[in-house]
Design a protein around this ligand. Structure first.
Ligand code: DX5
Ligand code: ZN
Length: 284
């Protein structure tokens, strides 16, 4: 079979001691270090704060309107029309905010970027398996290459139009290209990237919705792993999210060989034991 790669997700580590946490994982038998790079959105910002301010503006405008009603002699129905227009424009603004925020960001969490990879690289020679949960992966190629990233895995959902160029640039910066897909994205979407003349070298099948560590493994994603393994016997297939002693057998028997594990490794009293258990399951 394909070689097992166990990749503790540093998202679950103590970020304030990243270098020693990384070394601890390598000492525990980790092959790779999984680095989650996210661009973070906060919907509360547009759902709460902006409307809050806008509501105050609305009161002021309503006050002005009611003065107009008196001075200009607006009828009540005309006033109502004005009020409805005001409400509608407010809703359009709100909607616009949500759309802009969702378009500009990939996940609702903010983690680390190239500067942290650069710092960590000074402390370790380990393979840094970078998982980019960002809307514009192309913008990260150059800085991450310079910082010393080893693998660069982008999401197919945001790269449907430019993956050819993206893969080429990743390779030219000396990194290993990979593509990832969310639980709801059909596996067929990555086939062209594996088969193209500039192919990716790894497919990361997300087994939770990207964004946070410590979520529950989604067994239904295993159909995608099985389909991939059947089609590509020697491809690196990575799984990420909710993996640990109780879920590893499902992933390993489906055909995954690169295993990301955050909370199950960092949360265990004996991380080395968990890592070797994960490895055993893949190698069986
Ligand atoms: C989730 C990240 C994962 C996460 C996994 O968006 O991509 O790498 O850290 O954490 P666990 O293993 O705790 O689910
Ligand atoms: Zn990840």
């Amino acid at each position: 079979g394909v070689a097992a790669k166990i990749a503790p997700s540093m998202l679950s580590s103590d970020f304030a001691n990243l270098a020693s946490e990384a070394q601890r994982m390598l000492d525990c038998g980790a092959d790779w270090l999984h680095m989650d790079i996210m661009d973070g959105y906060n919907l509360n910002y547009c759902l709460l704060h902006k409307p809050f301010i806008l509501n105050y503006c609305k009161l002021v405008i309503l006050f002005v309107l009611s003065l107009l009603l008196k001075v200009v002699g607006l009828s009540l129905s005309e006033f109502c029309v004005l009020y409805v227009i005001l409400e509608l424009s407010w809703m359009v603004l709100l909607f616009e905010n949500v759309v802009v925020i969702l378009f500009l960001h990939f996940v609702p969490n903010l983690t680390i970027g190239a500067p942290v990879i650069e710092s960590l690289r000074k402390h370790t020679k380990a393979y840094l398996d970078c998982h980019l949960m960002v809307t514009n992966p192309l913008d990260y190629v150059e800085p991450l290459g310079k910082a010393g990233a080893s693998g660069f895995t982008f999401h197919v959902e945001v790269s449907r139009d430019n993956w050819g160029e993206l893969v080429q640039r990743i390779k030219s910066k000396g990194m290993r290209p990979g593509v990832s897909l969310k639980p709801g994205t059909p596996i067929e979407e990555v086939y062209p990237l594996v088969e193209g003349e500039n192919p990716v070298e790894m497919v990361l099948v997300m087994t939770v919705e990207p964004g946070f560590g410590g979520q529950k493994f989604m067994p239904e994603t295993m159909d995608k792993v099985r389909a991939l393994r059947k089609k590509y016997p020697s491809l690196d297939i990575e799984v990420d999210g909710g993996l640990g002693p109780s879920t590893i057998d499902m992933a390993a028997s489906a055909g995954a060989n690169c295993i990301v594990a955050g909370s199950s490794v960092f949360g265990a009293p004996d991380s080395a034991q968990v890592i070797s258990l994960l490895r055993k399951s893949v190698e069986e």
